[in-house]
Design a protein around this ligand. Sequence first.
Ligand SMILES: Cc1cc2nc3c(=O)[nH]c(=O)nc-3n(C[C@H](O)[C@H](O)[C@H](O)COP(=O)(O)OP(=O)(O)OC[C@H]3O[C@@H](n4cnc5c(N)ncnc54)[C@H](O)[C@@H]3O)c2cc1C
Length: 246
Amino acid sequence: MTEQLSDAGPPGSFPRPGKWQQARVTEIRQETPTAKTFRLALSEPAPYLAGQHFLIRLTAPDGYRAQRSYSVASAPGDSGEIELTVEHLPDGEVSSFLHEVVMVGDELEVRGPIGGWFVWRGDTPAVLIGGGSGIVPLMSMLRLARRSGRQDLLRLVVSVRRPAELYYAAELPGPQTTIIYTRSTPPSWPRLAGRLSPADLPGPLNPEATGFVCGSSGFADAATTVLHGAGMPVERIRIERFGPTG
Ligand SMILES: Cc1cc2nc3c(=O)[nH]c(=O)nc-3n(C[C@H](O)[C@H](O)[C@H](O)COP(=O)(O)OP(=O)(O)OC[C@H]3O[C@@H](n4cnc5c(N)ncnc54)[C@H](O)[C@@H]3O)c2cc1C
């Protein structure tokens, strides 16, 4: 769930979801052993902001429906195509279907973009902290910053258990990013395996920066505590939780 109502904010200040539409799967990439990126060509172009998400809705032959939220990983700009990265959860209804059944050329039903709170427009300083699949919306922000030459505005801290679980491993590293491994590290990694701590934050925080925290509920709480402990007021911290749907 989002920390604040997804569509909060002044009307018209961010792209809102259109109707349900068909999207064709044009590419599927394996990001990690348990995560795949799906590139979708939308039948109705949908401009979006970094941090927003789309709904995917599956309908069974008997009419049973299930829908889930997936953040956009690609940078805003090409409104006709989006990339979603999905972690395969054991026994997960929708993520299992996407991983085990969906192929390039298939059509999916999607609706979006959704969310007016957890968005970065690309022109203000921000500190991003993501755990596991919580990196996905932050990757959209990082890609936007790099594409627009505003890398100076962003600092991204990513926490994963082990090297094989790092999403976007070839693209992520750079002066703007810090990678934290909690269980095991690559050989000769300068930091010991361990949980996120204040020492992992990128230097003194810019007092103008907004914090964007995304991941499981437990991770979001821990990362928020670290950011707040480093001096960021809670009202500057925006949180997106990728928890169980209940
Ligand atoms: C705004 C938003 C954006 C999201 N973006 C992404 C994204 O970019 N990539 C992504 O992979 N997921 C994302 N999620 C999570 C996603 O919506 C689904 O919850 C997730 O894919 C599980 O759905 P499922 O149908 O496979 O599992 P379900 O059938 O719903 O659940 C299967 C089992 O897993 C547990 N579970 C459900 N969700 C999670 C979870 N997120 N973490 C751990 N356990 C869980 C359930 O309690 C249950 O035991 C996002 C969620 C929100 C609210």
